[in-house]
Write a new protein. Structure first.
Length: 285
């Protein structure tokens, strides 16, 4: 039996969902039922192309993520849902046995983390520090991807985040030539996987991908990434250098860690780990 949607949007967020996402509150349940029916009708044809399992088809709140991400366009949402299911089967090195326990060390090394404070525009902010582990012998890029998607999955349990979206900020300070060589190898071998997952399969509204403190050779790295980007994603990538004003306009600068021009201690994932542990306990109940 389908689960109910038990988290409602705040007034301001609901107005944004209506204006930007074509969401009609009175028609929401009907749209979900139509979405579920469309998936069932098309599943056999899709499975003829590639074997995969339908995931959480009875979970209304889960299906709603795809509708919101695609502005309630049934065909686009269904394509994304099928991609989500396919990629979770296609990339077992990322998704098999994916749990906080498996990827917790990525957060403990402060490689990827959630900024504690929602931005003024409602978006949530994810920080990424590629320099913090890229040269270690036990570096596993699949675990980094898994950690990112585990974090996004848990963030999207909040309907406010589904509507407002997410901004990612990479801080490349301290990246030298040796790290660049390894990053370039990772980009060549893993970026296609990451971009496919991120752009075509995951129901998140990416409102920006910003880079700060990028090194001179960032143009070389971006040259390898660019062919895998959609035009929309290209438009949302910004190279900011040491100009943190975009961040300072969206959050109180006094709350930012020192890596982003704020007075706070260096960024750590203590809040992120507590957030994920809390979500894990919620899901056990």
């Amino acid at each position: 039996m389908a689960t109910s949607i038990n988290k409602e949007l705040s007034g301001e967020t609901l107005a944004k969902a209506i204006k930007e996402l074509n969401e009609v509150p009175e028609e929401r349940d009907g749209a979900i039922e139509e979405f579920r029916s469309n998936i069932k009708e098309s599943a056999a044809e899709e499975k003829n192309k590639e074997d995969f399992s339908l995931l959480r088809l009875d979970d209304n709140a889960f299906l709603l993520r795809f509708l919101r991400a695609k502005k309630f366009r049934q065909d686009k949402a269904m394509e994304q849902y099928f991609n989500y299911c396919k990629y979770r089967t296609r990339f077992p090195e990322v998704f098999e046995d994916l749990s906080l326990e498996r990827v917790k060390y990525v957060f403990e090394k402060n490689i990827i983390g959630l900024y504690e404070h929602p931005l003024k525009n409602g978006c949530r902010l994810i920080f990424f520090f590629p320099q913090r582990d890229v040269l270690s012998d036990d570096f596993n890029f699949n675990h980094v991807i898994g950690a990112l998607f585990l974090l996004l999955e848990k963030m999207l349990e909040d309907p406010e985040t589904q509507v407002h979206g997410v901004i990612g900020v990479e801080n490349w300070e301290g990246i030298g030539f040796a790290q660049m060589v390894k990053i370039q190898f990772l980009v060549r071998n893993e970026t296609k996987k990451l971009m496919e997952l991120f752009q075509t399969a995951f129901p998140v509204r990416m409102k920006g991908m910003w880079t700060v403190n990028e090194p001179w050779f960032m143009d070389i790295i971006f040259m390898f990434i660019k062919p895998f980007l959609t035009e929309k994603m290209k438009d949302r990538i910004r190279f900011l250098g040491t100009d943190y004003s975009c961040l300072h306009e969206l959050t109180d600068p006094d709350l930012l860690p020192e890596e982003f021009g704020g007075p706070q201690l260096p960024f750590s994932c203590d809040y992120t780990i507590k957030f994920l542990e809390g979500k894990t306990e919620e899901n056990k109940d």
